[in-house]
Structure formats: C-alpha cells, structure tokens
Design a protein around this ligand. Sequence first.
Ligand code: SF4
Ligand code: SF4
Length: 400
Amino acid sequence: MTTTEVVPKPRVVDTGLLADIKRYGAADVSACFSCGNCTAICPMVTNDGTFPRRLIRYGQVGLKDELLSSKELWLCYHCGQCTVSCPQQADPGEYMAAARRYAIANYDKTRIARMLYTKPALASVLEVLVAAAFASVFYVAHGTRSTSSLAFFSFIPDSVIHWTGVGVMIAALLVVAFGVATMVRGIARQEGVTPRALWGGRAALASAWRALWDAFAVDALAQRRFREDCVTENEPTRWFERRWVVHGAIMWGFLGLLAATILDYAFALTGVRATGAVEPVWYPVRLLGTLAGVAMVWGVSVMLVKRLRHVKPSLALSTQSDWVFLVMLWVIGVSGLLTELALYLPGVPAWGYWMFLFHVSAAMELLVLLPFMKFAHAIYRPVALFFLSLARSARRAPAT
Ligand code: SF4
Ligand code: SF4
C-alpha cells in the first residue's frame, strides 16, 4: 500500500467525550487502569496488542477524532469476554458497543441517529409517526378489495408502493453515502491512505480487490471472523443456537427477503410473470422469500429471547435501539409470512388486505430508518474491515 507523508493534525481534546459516549449505553470505563486483561482475552486482538485498550484510552482522554477514525472500532463482535475478565468492572465490551453507536451518530450529519440513540421518548414518538405516515399514504391510496381473490396490487396500486419505495431508498442511500464518506475520510486521513494507494498501479489495485473480497465476502457475508474467532467458552453446544448461526439467519434472511422483493418486482415489470398473479408456493422467488422470512423470524426470535433472559453479560445492557431494531425486523417478518399465508387460505380473508398494508408500511419504515439504527453496522463494519485488510497486506508486502 502506498502512503504519503502525513502531516500530523493537531490533537483536539474533547473533555466531554466519555460522558457523551455513556449516553449511548456505555458503562463507566473511567475505572479502567489499562491492565491489559481485555487485550489478553480478546479474540480480535491486533498485532500491536493494543486492542481494545487503545480505544478505551481515546474515550478516557477525549481523543474524539482518533476514536471516530479507528477502523479497529468495528473489529469487535461484542462477545463480552473482555467484560468478564475486567477486574475493574469497566465493561469494555459494552463500551465498544456504545462507541460504535456514538460513531454511527457522528457519521450521520442529519443528527437523527443521535436523537434515536440518546432520546428514547422522542425516538418512540418519531418511530410511531413515521409508521403512521406510511400507513396513511397507503390507506389514502387504497382501492377496491376484490372478493374473488386477494388482489394486493389492486388494493394498493403497485405504482404507489414502487414510487414510495424508490423515494425511501434514495433518501436512505444518500444518508449512507454521506456517512460512509465521512468515515472513509477519517480513516484514510488517520492511516495515510490516498486514492493512489487504492488504484495507482496493478499491485495497488490487486491489493484493494483482495481487501474488498476479504471485507465484504469473507468477513461480512460468510462471517469468517465471527465463526472462527468469536467462539466463547459459554457458546451453546447445539449448532443452531450458536451466535454466528443466529446472526447469519437474520442477515441472510434479510438479504433474501430484499432479493425476493426486487426479483418479484423486476419479473412483474418485465412481464416474466403477470402483475398480481398468485404464484404457487414452490415458485422460486416466492420460495426464496418464504425461506428467508422464516430464517429471519427464527433468528430474531432467538435473539429477543436471549436479550430478555440476559443469557450473558454482553446482552445484559440492551438499549432501546437494540430492541426497536429487533422488534421491527420481527414484525416485518411475521406480517410478511401472515400476508403470504392469507393468499393460500381458502376463501378470501379480508384481514389479508390489512395485513398487507401493515407489512408494507412497516417495511418502508425500516428502510427509512436503517441508516440511523443498529443496522448501520452492516455498512460501516465492512468498510472498516476493508481498511484493516488493506493495512495487513501492506504489512505483508516486501519493502521497496
Ligand atoms: S481489563 Fe478492564 S481495567 Fe484492564 S485494560 Fe481492560 S477495561 Fe481496562
Ligand atoms: S467484546 Fe469481545 S471482540 Fe469486543 S473487545 Fe471485548 S473481547 Fe474483544
């Protein structure tokens, strides 16, 4: 990796940093005396042996820019092993989770994420209002309810759903793009990575492609680190209860649902299937949607039960944002499956129409709030892992 001479920025100390991070759910890490137990036990420890202590230190001494531009912040999978080993009960695992929430809020310039994380009452009002706004739009647009078959797209015209979805996706993508740009600028400045380091020559391009593959395919989608490194002593013995399996079911379930929705719409648009036609349950796109929905609902249900039961220290301090995210996924998954069930029941159950309206409204709400919620880690983590992988290949490369 090519780097340029970086003129060190003067360090700015934010004396209120630790207090601010605490508003995002952290325990009091001011008690940390840098003993290193967390570093010794952390499966994600970095070569220089400073993870996660260095990030805790940033919080303690108020180095906000350094914290926000640390790619290592996203290395942690919140396994909680450090928390158990901490002699000061500083709960480093929860500190890392809170620092990531803090980072998401700082990458978001609309300040909506900050409000959702730090003002639970206002966040609840906003979440209800957004859901009600989408439900009102679809209710106002709704047409006739056929009694011969459940014709969802006659009830709510598909053009209304389509254009609402397009608007919501554009808004969400813009927020994500600005957030990622802010994050990348910070990390690149900190690491001295220039555009030339990414595509200045064949070797740079090859290493950038490798880093992209490692970050997005191997780590994010195939969850290699999660599978191999985050196995704790308390990991359930039954494979289907393991953390990475449950996390994978939620992630792949969500992606499967998204893919099924996009494919279904594309097929209807291109005439591959008739708009509004009820396909048999084994129709590939429907089957993909059903299996993905079941996987997501199962994964989210397990996660909710684990959080309710505080099965381990890392799940003892769930914030409102953790609950809202899981509950929204669960509601969308269950309402989607019920809508589908209504299609195959005898007769034409009228509740199917209202379930459909509820499902579409909830899905739109999730899409619009995604960049501000916990879901944002699915975007920021692979970006940080990309820089980590790039730094590793630079260390491996022979000096020139
Ligand atoms: S184990 Fe606790 S006290 Fe020791 S460095 Fe980690 S957070 Fe600090
Ligand atoms: S929660 Fe787990 S991965 Fe995160 S810093 Fe602690 S030991 Fe490391």
